[in-house]
Design a protein around this ligand. Sequence first.
Ligand code: IMP
Length: 192
Amino acid sequence: MTTALMDGIARVVISEAEIARRVRELGREISADYRAGAAKDPRGRPLLVVGILKGAMPFMADLVRAMDIPLEYDFMAVSSYGNGTSPGEVRILKDLDCAIGRRDVLVVEDIVDTGHTLQHILAGLSARGPASLRVCTLLDKPHRREVEVPVDYVGFVLPENLFVVGYGLDYAEVYRNLPFVGVLKPEYIRDA
Ligand code: IMP
């Protein structure tokens, strides 16, 4: 890790060790649920884990390796214009490579904030007729929700006023490679 990268960090909110512990727990819980009947695919095909780029990449990589059931994975990329011209407008930049009709699908997100991004993703995926559709997010800000979205597995709940970076989460595309989740020093936020 470069000194310059750490320079912007005010404090660690969730440490590398805490993340690793929670990801192992989630992997075990999700695997047990699908073994116990969460899987509904009439043809018995493996669970399809769908990572939402770019933020979910590190979490997804660790989570699938903490799962001990057969699975496939694929990725979608979306962009959201949260506070821009059209609040809640979400665009799909990269769609799935595979069909999901009558398959079990688990969407993996980095963070659920207002819920607009996830709502859009889930609406699009449901329309393709999966056998089941669940969501796992590393971080959740439930108090900031503007639309109701079902979230089945949550790593950590954050207070609403905290903007975090690291472990996939960015500020202006930087800090995704930090191994922990932290907050930036105010002087490193351009419009602070
Ligand atoms: P939502 O549509 O408001 O739920 O926003 C979800 C997206 O906003 C996430 O995928 C992130 O890209 C971004 N986001 C929300 N909160 C944070 C944060 O604390 N740090 C970094 N990105 C965030």
